[in-house]
Design a protein around this ligand. Sequence first.
Ligand code: MG
Length: 347
Amino acid sequence: MRLELRPYQRPFRQPLHTAHGLWSVREGLLLRLMDNEGHVGYGEIAPIPWFGTETLAQALTCCQSLGSDFWHNRATLPESDIPPHLPATQFGLASAWADLQQSRTFPPPLPSPALPICGLLPTGKAALPAWPRLWQQGFRTFKWKIGVADLAQECRWLEDLMAQLPPQARLRLDANGGLTVEEATQLLEVCDRLNRAGAKGAIIECLEQPLPTDQFTEMQHLAQQCRTPLALDESVATVAQLEEHHRQGWQGLWVVKPAIAGWPDRLRQFWQQHSPPIIFSSVFETPVGRQSALALAQKYAQEVPHSLALGFGTLGWFEDDWDTLTPRQLWGRLAPSTDSATWPTMG
Ligand code: MG
């Protein structure tokens, strides 16, 4: 068994505005596991340090430290060997491992039917002329970032948008933790009123993360006061945080980014135990990480029936053509890490 590493850098077409400032280049690490018979499995480590994950350097160091002993006579991937503060590394290694197991099976499994994906609207007033093009492309759930302009103004645009959207449409609002309790209350009153008014029309599906992560108690109070569902996102980056907030009694929706959540098996245990309504979302990973994350979302859809569109409307955000490549093709495009960790075959 052998693990190879290939780091990558992808410039966004337009830098993204995040809570941490401008994000202009997505960095990550592709993994290829190869067994003694030449079967390969691909995985991806796509950390977001400002979301609480490890850095790329930490992920590299960890992978390089997994010497040949680690892979000797390996029949499973031992979870205890990757520490909990490296959730993106856990996901990447587990994905490569799962992909390797799958490449050993013949015939290969049939592809699953595609799950619906949420389309991202531009912020502010630009959302109003933008939704029809996404609708024509087949999107039925839309996401609109809120809290970027004056809130009273945004509430008026929200009313206009809801008046325009067809009855089958669902709108997801995302505040990225940027509202105060007063602002969130004001916004949710508008949402509740619009949802009641359009009882047979378009609905506001949820409001993601209205308050900062350190205001969970306030978020619980908000959730009890309003009828529009709230979703935790920034509060629950990892499976450990999902479990913690579940213990504290969260009853709303959950946004989960599998690529930074940690061990996929733990995530699966979480949804099998609690049947939570989960919105699976992207962290702007390459097709390698995307494929692994979507495979998990497929398992979830089979095991927990919910009609939540996936937050994977993230194709075409980069300057390159990688989104059109298979994992094997993408691997071939990248240069090996100069100090890539490879080991001799050990049984
Ligand atoms: Mg969000």
